[in-house]
Design a protein. Structure first.
Length: 892
RNA sequence: GCGGGCGUGAUGGAAUGGUAGACAUACCAGACUUAAAAUCUGUUGGGCCUUGUGCCCGUGUGGGUUCGAGUCCCACCGCCCGCACCA
C-alpha cells in the first residue's frame, strides 16, 4: 500500500478485533475490572457527531484501561421505547416496533465503522420483551417493598390525542401535536416514592467526589431541602379544621397579614362544594398555561373566603383566609401565611387586594415616616405599619420592594415574640423554631421540593405496568410467572388514544388472585424507567432475573459514566433512586447504592450556521457542504452565524457517515477529541477535519518510510522500548539519548493527560512528539522504537491507524493486546534545568544549572549573570527567591 | 429573582501562584512545480528604537494580596448554563 487508505485498514482491523474476541467481557478475578459506560442512544435511525464524540471518549478510556491491565466492560444498547416511534406510526402508518428495530439496525450499521471497543454480545434494546419483562419483575418487587404508590395527580390532558402530556409538550396552553386546548385533569397515576429518599439522595451527593460539582449542585437544588416551621391557625368560624401552614421564615410571623390556601386545598374544595363563586374561582385558576414562562408572568389571583383565623400568638388578632392561585398544593401543606413586608410575592398580592403591610424588623437605613402620612401617600412604596409599645401604629418606609431578611446579616427587630432585638435571620429562624416547639404550638420540619416520580403514561410504546384491576380484589400484581406482560402486535394508530385501551383480548384478563374477569392496567411506564437500571442489566443482559448476583457483584459499579449535561438531573437522579431500590429488593449489592463512581459530562459538537434570506426576508439555511469560501455554488454570499449546536432545522449538521467515507473513522475520532477540552463544546470545522486527516497521513507515511529503511537493510530491531533500553548504552549517541528521553516524557505526559480526561492535551503532546521524531537525527533503531511507542500512545484515539503502524513496524500480535508503555523515571528527569531569572518579577535572563544544584549555588550563579550585575549596579539585592527547578527572582 | 460557570492572539485553545499564548487552525513568505494542488521549511500579540542575549505595553474593567497574579480576594461590565409563584 503506498497511500494511507482508511477504508481498507479500518475494515481490516475491525474484523481482526472481532475474530480475536478481545472486546468480549468475561469475569476474571485475577484482573481489576473496569466498567465504562456511555449513555445509550435513542434509536432515531441516524448517528450524529455528538454520538461520535461521546462514544469516542468512552472508547479512549475503555481501550486505555484494557492496555493498562484492566478487565474492561464496555457495552452498548438502545433506549428504544418512547413517543417518536408512535408518532412515526401515526404519520406513516407503520408499526412502532418495526420502525424502532429498523432504526436500531441502521444505527448499529453506522456505529460499527467507528471501531469502538464494544462488547456487542451484550447489546439489548429496552423494547426487547426480555428486557422489559425483567423491568416488570423489578416493578413488582418494588411494589412489594412499598416503593410504589398509586395516587391522584393533576396532569396535562390532551383531549384530542387522549393522552397525558409532559409540561414541555404543552405550547401556549395547547397540545404540541393536536393543537387542542390542554386541560388540567386529575387522574389516578402510579408513582415511585422517590421523595421518601430525598434526604439520602441529597446527603450522598457529598460522596460523589468524581462527579462534576455542577451536576451535584443541580441535583441539590432540584431536591431542594428547606428547614422551617409547621403550625396551625385556628379558625374563628365554627365547623372548620385549623389551617396548617409551613414556613421557612417563622421569624416573620408577627408580620403576617393573611393566610393563603391553594385552590386544591381541602378547605377550598369544601367551600367550592357549597359556594359556586368559589367553584368558579377554582376553575379560573386551573386555566392558563403550564409552561415556565406562563407560570412566571401569570397574574396573582386571590379570592377572599370571608373566613378568618386567629394568630397563634395573639388570640385577638384575626387574619383573613384567601384562596390564591400561586400556592401549590404539593409543596409544604398547601397553605401559607403571607408576610408582605418581607416577601415580594406576598407584597404584590397585598398591594393588589389592599391588605396591610406589617414589618417585623428593619434594615439600618430605614426611615421613620411622619405620623401624618397615610397608606395612600406611599402608594408606590413599600411601607410597613408597626405597633409600638404604646399600642399605636406608626409607619415605616422600608424600601420600594419587600425587604427580604438576610439570613447571615444582623438586623434590628421591631417586634419579635421571643424577645430578639438584634440577630441574623438564621439565628432568628432557629430561635423561633425552638420557641414554638417549647411552647408546643409548632414543630420544626424539613421539607423537600422533590416530588414523587409519576411513571404512568397513556401510551402504547412503553413497558406495560404489570398489574390487573379486579372489581373484587382491587389492584392485583401480575404473577411473576406470567411475565413479561408483552405488548400486543396487532394495534393500529389511526384513531387517537392508547391502543391498549381498546384492545379487548389484551386488556380483558382473569384476575390473578380470584380468577374472575378483570382488566389489565393499560398505562405503560415513563421511558425514564427503562434507562434507570440498564447499567445494571448490562452486567448480565440475558439473566432470567433482573440481574445476577455474581455478575452484579463483579462488574458494578460503573467506574466511568459519560454523557451529556442535559441528563444532569432527571436521568441521573432516577438512576440513583433505582440503584437504591434494587439494593432494597436484592438485585444489587450494598456497594451499588451509588451506581456511578465517576461521571463525566461532555460538551456538544457545534458548527457555524450558513444563512441567506428569501424575497420575504425570511432566513434560508444551507448545509455546510453547499458552502465554499462563504459562497453558494451560484456565487451568492452567505451570512455566517456563529457556532451553535448542530440541528437539522438550522442545517448546520455534518453527517458522521459522510466524514467516515471521506476521511475514515480515525480522522473523525481524532478531530472530535483534539480541538477542545472534552467538557466544553467543540466546533466542527472542515479545515480542522482536513488538518486532522493530514496529520494522520503524515504519521502513516513516517511509519511507512521507516519500514522501507528496514527493508533496505538497517538491521535487527528491538521488540520493545524495554528491550532497546536494556541493550543500548546511554551516552554514546546524544541524539539517541535525546529522542529516548523525549519518548519517555511523551509516555508520561500522554498517560497523565488521558487519566485526567485531557484528551486535547494528550493530542497536543502527540503532535509535539511526532514533530520531534520527524526532525530527530537519531539512529533508525531508536526512531523505530519511538515510532512504535507513538502507535501505542495514539491507539486509544485512533485504534485502526495505530494497529496498522504497529503491524508495519513489525508488531507480531494485535496492538490492542499489548501493555501500555511505562515511562522510566530516570529518563524523565533532566540533568540540567533552565531557570528563568526575574528582576523584580520581570524576566530578564536565564541560566542553565544542574537539576540538583543547591539554592546557595544557584544564587551565586545568578549574581554572576550580566543582566543581574547591570541591574544591581554594585549594590546587594534585597532578596533572592529561588524556586528550585522553576524560577529565580532577584528583588532590588 | 436565586444558584453556578466563563471572559487569554485573527480562530479553537495551553499554562500545580513561577518564562503568557503549548498544540492546532488561518494568514504570510520560501522550497519543490511550466503552473496549481499536495508536501516540506520558516514567520506571525501590539508598540518603540539604538535591530539587541534590547526596552515598553499586553490574559474583559478597576482595585487589592504577593518577591511574583491569566491563576487568589473585592467591586463592576459582558456572555453562557441551571432553577424559579417552593412559602
Amino acid at each position: 500500500m503506498s497511500r494511507y487508505s482508511p477504508a481498507e485498514i479500518e475494515a481490516k482491523w475491525q474484523s481482526a478485533w472481532e475474530e480475536s474476541g478481545i472486546f468480549k467481557a468475561q469475569r476474571d478475578a485475577a484482573r481489576p475490572k473496569y466498567y465504562v459506560l456511555e449513555m445509550f442512544p435513542y434509536p432515531s435511525g441516524r448517528i450524529h457527531m455528538g454520538h461520535v464524540r461521546n462514544y469516542t471518549m468512552g472508547d479512549v478510556i475503555a481501550r486505555y484501561k484494557a492496555l493498562t491491565g484492566h478487565n474492561v466492560l464496555h457495552p452498548m444498547g438502545w433506549d428504544a421505547f418512547g413517543m417518536p416511534a408512535e408518532n412515526a406510526a401515526m404519520a406513516t402508518g407503520g408499526h412502532p416496533k418495526e420502525w424502532t428495530y429498523n432504526n436500531i439496525a441502521e444505527m448499529r450499521a453506522q456505529m460499527k465503522p467507528l471501531g469502538l471497543s464494544i462488547d456487542w454480545s451484550r447489546e439489548f434494546a429496552t423494547c426487547d420483551p426480555e428486557y422489559y419483562g425483567q423491568q416488570q419483575a423489578l416493578f413488582l418487587d418494588m411494589l412489594d417493598a412499598g416503593l410504589v404508590d398509586r395516587k391522584n395527580a393533576v396532569v396535562n390532558w390532551d383531549p384530542v390525542d387522549m393522552t397525558v402530556l409532559a409540561n414541555e409538550q404543552v405550547i401556549d396552553g395547547k397540545g404540541w401535536r393536536s393543537g387542542a386546548e390542554v386541560e388540567r385533569r386529575e387522574l389516578t397515576q402510579w408513582f415511585f416514592k422517590i421523595s421518601s429518599m430525598a434526604g439520602d439522595l441529597l446527603e450522598s451527593l457529598g460522596d460523589l467526589d468524581n462527579w462534576p460539582a455542577k451536576v451535584r449542585l443541580m441535583q441539590e437544588n432540584w431536591i431542594g431541602q428547606s428547614r422551617g416551621l409547621q403550625f396551625s391557625f385556628d379558625m374563628v368560624q365554627d365547623g372548620f379544621d385549623p389551617v396548617t401552614v409551613y414556613t421557612t421564615r417563622p421569624d416573620t410571623l408577627m408580620g403576617a397579614s393573611f393566610v393563603g390556601i391553594s385552590p386544591d386545598h381541602p378547605l377550598a374544595r369544601k367551600l367550592a362544594a357549597e359556594r359556586p363563586e368559589i367553584a368558579d374561582f377554582r376553575q379560573l385558576c386551573q386555566k392558563g398555561g403550564t409552561t415556565a414562562e406562563e407560570l412566571e408572568t401569570a397574574e396573582k389571583l386571590g379570592f377572599d373566603t370571608g373566613l378568618t383565623v386567629r394568630h397563634p400568638l395573639d388570640p385577638d388578632w384575626e387574619l383573613p383566609v384567601w384562596i390564591a392561585n400561586f400556592i401549590l398544593m404539593d409543596y409544604g401543606t398547601g397553605a401559607i401565611f403571607g408576610c408582605p413586608a418581607h416577601d415580594q410575592r406576598d407584597l404584590d398580592f397585598c398591594r393588589k387586594y389592599d391588605l396591610p403591610v406589617v414589618a417585623t424588623f428593619m434594615p439600618d437605613d430605614c426611615e421613620i415616616a411622619p405620623d401624618s402620612m397615610s397608606d395612600a401617600d406611599f402608594a408606590n412604596d413599600c411601607i410597613a405599619k408597626v405597633k409600638d409599645e404604646s399600642g399605636t401604629h406608626r409607619y415605616f418606609r422600608i424600601a420600594k420592594t419587600a425587604y427580604v431578611p438576610p439570613k447571615d446579616q444582623k438586623v434590628k427587630w421591631i417586634n419579635h415574640f421571643a424577645g430578639l432585638k438584634e440577630a441574623t435571620g438564621q439565628e432568628a429562624i432557629d430561635t423561633t423554631i425552638t420557641f414554638a416547639e417549647e411552647k408546643g404550638w409548632g414543630e420544626g420540619k424539613t421539607q423537600y421540593r422533590l416530588r414523587d416520580w409519576g411513571l404512568s403514561r397513556q401510551r402504547y410504546w412503553g413497558c406495560p405496568i404489570p398489574v390487573v384491576h379486579c372489581s373484587d380484589c382491587g389492584v392485583v400484581p401480575e404473577r411473576k410467572e406470567n411475565l413479561p406482560v408483552e405488548l400486543p402486535d396487532d394495534v393500529s394508530f389511526d384513531i387517537p388514544g392508547n391502543p391498549l385501551d381498546r384492545h379487548p383480548t389484551w386488556r380483558d384478563v382473569p384476575c390473578p388472585s380470584c380468577g374472575k374477569p378483570a382488566k389489565r392496567e393499560t398505562d405503560t411506564m415513563d421511558t425514564f424507567v427503562d434507562s434507570s437500571w440498564y447499567y445494571a442489566r448490562f452486567t448480565s443482559p440475558h439473566a432470567d432475573t433482573p440481574t445476577s448476583a455474581k455478575d452484579a457483584d463483579y462488574w458494578m459499579n460503573v467506574d466511568q459514566y459519560i454523557g451529556g449535561i442535559e441528563h444532569a438531573i432527571l436521568h441521573l437522579l432516577y438512576s440513583r433512586f433505582f440503584a437504591r431500590a434494587m439494593q432494597i429488593t436484592g438485585h444489587l449489592p450494598e456497594k451499588s447504592r451509588e451506581p456511578f463512581d465517576a461521571l463525566f459530562t461532555q460538551g456538544m459538537v457545534t458548527h457555524e450556521i450558513y444563512q441567506t434570506r428569501d424575497d420575504k426576508g425570511r432566513p434560508v439555511y444551507h448545509l455546510p457542504e453547499d458552502v465554499t469560501d462563504g459562497k453558494l455554488a451560484d456565487g451568492t454570499e452567505v451570512e455566517i452565524i456563529p457556532s451553535a449546536k448542530m440541528s437539522k432545522s438550522k442545517k448546520n449538521v455534518v453527517d458522521p457517515v459522510n466524514i467516515i467515507s471521506a476521511y475514515g473513522a480515525d480522522t473523525a475520532r481524532w478531530f472530535v477529541l483534539s480541538d477542545s477540552p472534552p467538557e466544553r463544546d467543540v466546533e466542527w470545522t472542515a479545515a480542522g477535519a482536513e488538518a486532522a486527516h493530514k496529520f494522520l497521513v503524515r504519521v502513516w507515511r513516517m511509519a511507512r518510510d521507516l519500514a522501507d529503511q528496514r527493508d533496505a537493510g538497517v538491521g535487527e530491531l528491538d521488540k520493545s522500548l524495554q528491550d532497546l533500553m536494556d541493550s543500548m548504552q546511554l551516552g554514546q549517541n546524544p541524539l539517541d539519548d535525546e529522542l529516548l528521553r523525549t519518548t519517555h516524557k511523551a509516555i508520561d505526559e500522554v498517560t497523565k493527560s488521558i487519566e485526567s480526561f485531557g484528551f486535547n492535551a494528550a493530542i497536543a503532546r502527540i503532535y509535539t512528539f511526532v514533530n520531534t521524531i520527524n526532525k530527530s537525527q537519531a539512529s533508525a533503531r531508536v526512531k523505530w522504537t519511538s515510532m512504535r511507542v507513538l502507535a501505542q500512545l495514539m491507539s486509544p484515539m485512533v485504534p485502526h491507524l495505530a494497529e496498522e503502524i504497529w503491524a508495519i513496524l513489525g508488531g507480531e500480535a494485535l496492538l490492542a493486546k499489548t501493555a501500555w508503555p511505562t515511562p522510566d523515571d530516570a529518563m524523565i528527569q533532566d540533568n540540567t534545568v533552565t531557570l528563568p531569572i526575574q528582576i523584580n518579577g520581570k524576566r530578564r535572563a536565564e541560566i542553565s544549572v544542574p537539576t540538583e544544584m543547591g539554592k546557595e549555588d544557584v544564587e551565586k550563579r545568578v549574581l554572576e549573570v550580566d543582566a543581574v550585575k547591570k541591574a544591581l549596579e554594585g549594590t546587594a539585592p534585597k532578596k533572592i527567591i529561588v524556586v528550585p527547578g522553576r524560577i529565580v527572582n532577584v528583588v532590588i
